[in-house]
Design a protein around this ligand. Structure first.
Ligand SMILES: [Zn+2]
Ligand SMILES: [Zn+2]
Length: 89
């Protein structure tokens, strides 16, 4: 995998079939997700948050780069401002 971990090809295909695109060991994305992140960018931009939540911030950690970010909370997803990944928690 891109992160350096090794799994069976059959297991990787099974993960992709179930829309799991992260390494089961380290949680980093296992393939190029730029088209998915672009789609999430559009979805986030199109989804207006309720007034009472617009200025709320949350701390997230990025599974891809390991950086902590303070970002505006959003119902769709939280984006890492360091790597632009949505693979965050
Ligand atoms: Zn890994
Ligand atoms: Zn990141």
């Amino acid at each position: 995998m891109r992160c350096g971990h090794t799994i069976h090809l059959g297991c990787l295909k099974e993960l992709c079939l179930h829309s799991h695109f992260a390494c089961p060991v380290c949680s980093k994305t296992s393939s190029d997700m730029s088209h998915i992140w672009a789609s999430l960018d559009r979805e986030v931009a199109a989804t207006v948050m309720p007034e009472e939540l617009r200025n709320k911030v949350v701390w997230i950690i990025c599974n891809d780069c390991g950086v902590y970010n303070e970002v505006c909370v959003h119902i769709i997803a939280q984006k890492c401002s360091s790597s632009n990944s949505y693979n965050t928690r």
